[in-house]
Design a protein around this ligand. Structure first.
Ligand SMILES: NC(=O)c1ccc[n+]([C@@H]2O[C@H](COP(=O)([O-])OP(=O)(O)OC[C@H]3O[C@@H](n4cnc5c(N)ncnc54)[C@H](OP(=O)(O)O)[C@@H]3O)[C@@H](O)[C@H]2O)c1
Length: 294
């Protein structure tokens, strides 16, 4: 089976390439090889490769920039997804797509379930929700995996920022009133490959939206403290900075972040036996990888 991966150089795209199962012929295209907002490129690439499935790991992910770059955010996160969905439908193949906790308002008091009402607070979340809708309207074999707080060895993320700041500062302020599930990019890739394999075995899947994020739930301040705890143990940093807990109000950003980002991931486990990964173990693997590469 041949699988086309878009956004192959992103955090998740990279892990999809690294973790591709045997017996699957993977074609990973980065944004230069395939810009998903270009109809002619999408049509040509998909026709050339004739994949048996597409995984869309491409997205406009600059949450703050999206507030002032609305057109581009929608071009990638909605219109690009629509083009891929049409191409997948034309070939009668599945499109596996990644979405986000930011589709929710972020004011819940229990983990969000797939069918809960969406109400994105910013442009990024709204553009991702529009992408989900574009996919659902166009593609009868669409699967959406909503995830949160992604980190991995490749690309930019919170873990890498914390490691850098540990070398630069004695004290950091990190928000402690936003709750969610950090998710290793490698775990997302692993879950997507399991779904592809299941599709390959059964020639079908139960399509629709699923939640997938790391456990246990934490806040960014706790996440930072765990990064430093593991990093000092692995001798990746020389000293642990003091981490001061602050509120979101004390750390204003162009895009408002959800205070409550916790996803109920039981549907994916019930349906496919894919359990939530422990993000602390994923963090350990990422840091070890980093240690061996320095
Ligand atoms: N990062 C998070 O914390 C987070 C949280 C929840 C959900 N997600 C979702 O998870 C998925 C993967 O995110 P990620 O963290 O791996 O993102 P990422 O590291 O920013 O990777 C996204 C990739 O998409 C590519 N891309 C952007 N515009 C494109 C276009 N027009 N055509 C083709 N490729 C394009 C980018 O390439 P260039 O760099 O060359 O532009 C980049 O390599 C996304 O759907 C994202 O919305 C992420």
């Amino acid at each position: 089976m041949r699988v086309l991966i878009t956004g192959a150089r992103g955090q998740v795209g990279h892990e999809l390439m690294r973790l591709a199962p045997q017996g699957i012929e993977v074609f990973g295209l980065d944004s230069q090889a395939l810009d998903i907002t270009e109809p002619a490129q999408v049509a040509r690439r998909v026709a050339e490769l004739a994949p048996g499935a597409i995984i869309n790991a491409a997205a406009y992910t600059a949450v703050d920039r999206a507030e002032s770059d609305v057109q581009r955010a929608y071009a990638v996160n909605r219109d690009g997804v629509a083009l891929l969905a049409e191409a997948a439908e034309h070939l009668a193949i599945p499109l596996l797509h990644i979405s986000t906790d930011y589709v929710f308002a972020g004011d819940g008091d229990r983990p969000y379930r797939e069918e809960d009402a969406t109400a994105p607070a910013g442009v990024y979340g709204a553009s991702k929700l529009a992408g989900e809708q574009a996919l659902a309207e166009r593609c009868s074999r669409g699967l959406i995996l909503r995830t949160s707080w992604v980190f991995g060895a490749h690309g930019n993320n919170f873990v890498k920022t914390m490691l850098r700041l540990a070398g630069e500062r004695d004290e950091l302020a990190v928000v402690a009133d936003q709750h969610g599930g950090p998710t290793p990019a490698a775990s997302i890739a692993g879950a997507l490959w399991l779904l592809v394999e299941r599709y390959r075995e059964q020639d079908s899947l139960r399509w629709g939206a699923y939640h997938f994020s790391g456990a246990p739930t934490c806040n960014w301040h706790e996440f930072a403290e765990e990064v430093f705890r593991q990093a000092i143990e692995l001798e990746l940093i020389e000293r642990v900075p003091r981490v001061r807990a602050i509120t979101s109000a004390e750390y204003p950003t162009p895009a408002r972040r959800p205070l409550w980002s916790v996803l109920d991931c039981s549907k994916l486990e019930r349906q496919f036996g894919i359990a939530q990964p422990d993000w602390r173990a994923g963090l350990h693997q990422m840091l070890q990888q980093r240690r061996h590469s320095t």
